[in-house]
Design a protein around this ligand. Structure first.
Ligand SMILES: NC(=O)c1ccc[n+]([C@@H]2O[C@H](COP(=O)([O-])OP(=O)(O)OC[C@H]3O[C@@H](n4cnc5c(N)ncnc54)[C@H](O)[C@@H]3O)[C@@H](O)[C@H]2O)c1
Length: 324
């Protein structure tokens, strides 16, 4: 079934966010800050209270970033049912738990309840849309829109469709996210973990191996990134920074010089056994690294750190992008 848009990305005004936990709540805060009307739905009994707390905590940093004209937390409605949440939506962002069967049936339910021609995006961290869209009557409008935590501060969203998604729906979503202030990477094929999670997972597996073998503490691993390569990665990716490691000879010299060591057994890319001992070592190591900082302290520290980096690298939104 070909995708026929209900409206243009420019005219979209109301976003429905289904699932309002860490990521769904972060999306709600983002869309509110960009001036959209947002309707949220989440089946948990305490979801509304948690969501409003998340938005209130995020709002001061969003004000620092610069709000779109007319943006207000008052433009958030929490709907009592999924059907009411999506009834007037121009775009739907699904952020329910990462379970394939749940995503399959929820996307089918969302597809049945959402007006025709409205794109429905899933925040999944790694399921291919091809596997999630199997139960939907109209899979042509189902896309992945993979964000990073917190979605209201990290610009990137990776957009990709499944085999039964119409490329026009992928293009609609990419354009919409761009207008909503995101940095968009549109992928023309599905990769497990997309691009960024595939890269993050490689690093994460190595970190777990080092903790499992007692080779480094959680605090050392975190410092090795924040005091080292992480400073470069905030503005220049791993490929260009390695090209500079080759001096004036660039990537050619870098590969000719260090290429043979790529085969040396530094990495252990098979995942380690996540047994109780490793789990506890990671949990205890994180508690030690956090010291007396609470979850709220760490969120505030992280959010302020991201804003400082965006500001220092001249990447704060230049102006309010839209007025609804
Ligand atoms: N946490 C991250 O860093 C991160 C980053 C990128 C993408 N994601 C993806 O975002 C999605 C949500 O993850 P999260 O970390 O926000 O999880 P979470 O546990 O914080 O939130 C999930 C929310 O979904 C609700 N929920 C449960 N059943 C539901 C249903 N049937 N329909 C709608 N909502 C339902 C829960 O009540 C909860 O509020 C997952 O697909 C995850 O892979 C997470």
């Amino acid at each position: 079934m070909p995708y026929t848009p209900a409206t243009t990305p420019e005219a979209a005004r109301r976003v429905a966010c289904t699932g309002a936990g860490v990521i769904g709540g972060g999306w709600v805060a983002h869309f509110l800050a960009r001036g959209y009307d947002v309707t949220a739905w989440d089946p948990a009994g305490d979801a509304e209270e948690k969501l409003r707390r998340l938005v209130a905590a995020a709002w001061p940093v969003l004000e620092q970033l610069g709000l779109a004209d007319g943006a207000s937390p008052d433009r958030l409605t929490v709907a009592p049912t999924l059907a009411e949440a999506v009834a007037d939506a121009d775009f739907v962002q699904e952020s329910a738990p990462e379970k394939l069967e749940l995503k399959r049936s929820l996307l089918a339910e969302l597809d049945a309840a959402t007006p025709p021609g409205v794109v429905i995006a899933s925040s999944t961290s790694g399921y291919p849309m091809t596997e999630m869209q199997t139960a939907a009557a109209d899979p042509s409008r189902l896309v992945v829109g993979h964000p990073f935590n917190p979605p209201y501060l990290i610009p990137l969203v990776e957009v990709v469709g499944g085999t039964r998604t119409d490329p026009a729906a992928v293009a609609w979503a990419s354009r919409f996210y761009g207008l909503a202030g995101k940095s968009v990477i549109t992928m023309d094929r599905e990769l497990p973990g997309f691009i960024a999670n595939r890269l993050q997972e490689a690093l994460w597996r190595e970190a777990l191996h080092m903790v499992a073998n007692g080779e480094a503490t959680v605090a050392d691993i975190d410092a090795s990134i924040t005091e080292g390569p992480g400073l470069r990665w905030a503005f220049m990716g791993p490929c260009l920074t390695f090209a500079l490691a080759g001096g004036e000879g660039g990537m050619a010299h870098m590969l000719d010089h260090f290429g043979p060591s790529l085969k040396s057994p530094w990495t252990r890319l098979e995942a380690p056994e996540l047994d109780r001992a490793l789990r506890d070592a990671m949990v205890n190591g994180c508690a030690t690294a956090a010291g007396n900082r609470t979850y709220t302290d760490l969120v505030t520290e992280r959010d302020q750190g991201i804003i400082n980096i965006l500001r220092a690298t001249n990447r704060l939104p230049q102006s309010a992008p839209r007025q609804p």
